[in-house]
Ligand binder design. Structure first.
Ligand code: ZN
Length: 257
């Protein structure tokens, strides 16, 4: 019998864990994704006919974000993204031939034309905007049905710097101009394959004008009169706390504060 592997087994956006929210050890399968060198760590999707073993449970990944430390969450996040990428690159995007997994690195190779496909991340900026010493801009996403207010965010476009993306997204979504744009920190975010790049900026000029398909409300809130904000463990929460309380966004181990 082979040595048991620590396993990330996913079913949609849920992960199989034990009653203490820790990963199970299972026998590995030939089709598993080996994604952590030097240690027996595998990742795969729950097979269709596979029952959930006794003592294990499926827990939404977003819930694990609040229970796990940053590094545990980042490993899980990497596993989800690599599986998703492998699922979406079964064929060569150059010639259409079926691809094969590279034996030692994360690449899908085409046996016909040798084209290598590597996982990609989508850079996405997220911005905390302040006005004066005691106001923060918070916005409600149009798709959000709760009362939660978050931060302005959006994908970086081809040929654009991160700072340009910060200014463009803010202007498009709420019509404001910014000054003193500063980088803060980053967080891989697996829904789907985003790299969240956190910036802070100050209000420069303009009046709030909503892009209504994206944002249903946006306002400057006094620091001591905040609405409901994103959950602890998210980069948005750490960014909001950073501007209000002045401590860093993350510590040296990248634990969100
Ligand atoms: Zn090919």
């Amino acid at each position: 019998m082979s040595e048991l592997s620590l396993a990330y087994i996913f079913h949609q956006h849920q992960l199989l864990v034990d009653e203490n929210f820790q990963l199970p050890r299972v026998e590995s399968l030939a089709s598993d994704l080996y994604f952590h060198a030097g240690d027996q760590v595998i990742a795969r999707d729950l097979r269709e006919d596979e029952a959930i073993p006794q003592g294990l449970q499926l827990v939404p990944i977003r819930q694990l974000l609040t229970l796990w430390d940053t590094q545990q969450f980042e490993y899980a996040s990497r596993a989800i993204q690599l599986l998703e990428w492998r699922r979406n690159h079964k064929f060569c995007s150059h010639c259409g031939h079926q691809t094969e997994a590279h034996p030692t690195e994360h690449a899908m190779i085409c046996p016909a034309c040798r084209y290598h496909q590597y996982p990609r991340v989508q850079p996405c900026v997220i911005i905390v905007i302040t006005r004066g010493d005691d106001e923060i801009l918070l916005a409600k996403n149009a798709k959000n049905t709760t009362d939660m207010y978050g931060l302005i965010a959006g994908f970086v476009e081809v040929g654009e710097t991160l700072e340009e993306a910060v200014r463009r997204e803010t202007f498009e979504e709420i019509g404001l101009k910014l000054k003193n744009v500063q980088y803060l920190a980053s967080q891989p975010w697996p829904f789907p394959s985003n790299l969240m790049l956190a910036f802070r900026a100050e209000y420069a000029s303009g009046v709030i004008k909503l892009q209504e398909e994206e944002i249903s409300d946006a306002q400057f809130f006094k620091f001591d009169q905040l609405p409901e904000i994103p959950f602890k463990g998210s980069i948005a929460y750490a960014m909001i706390k950073h501007v209000i309380e002045g401590h860093p966004v993350a510590d040296d181990t990248r634990e969100w504060l």
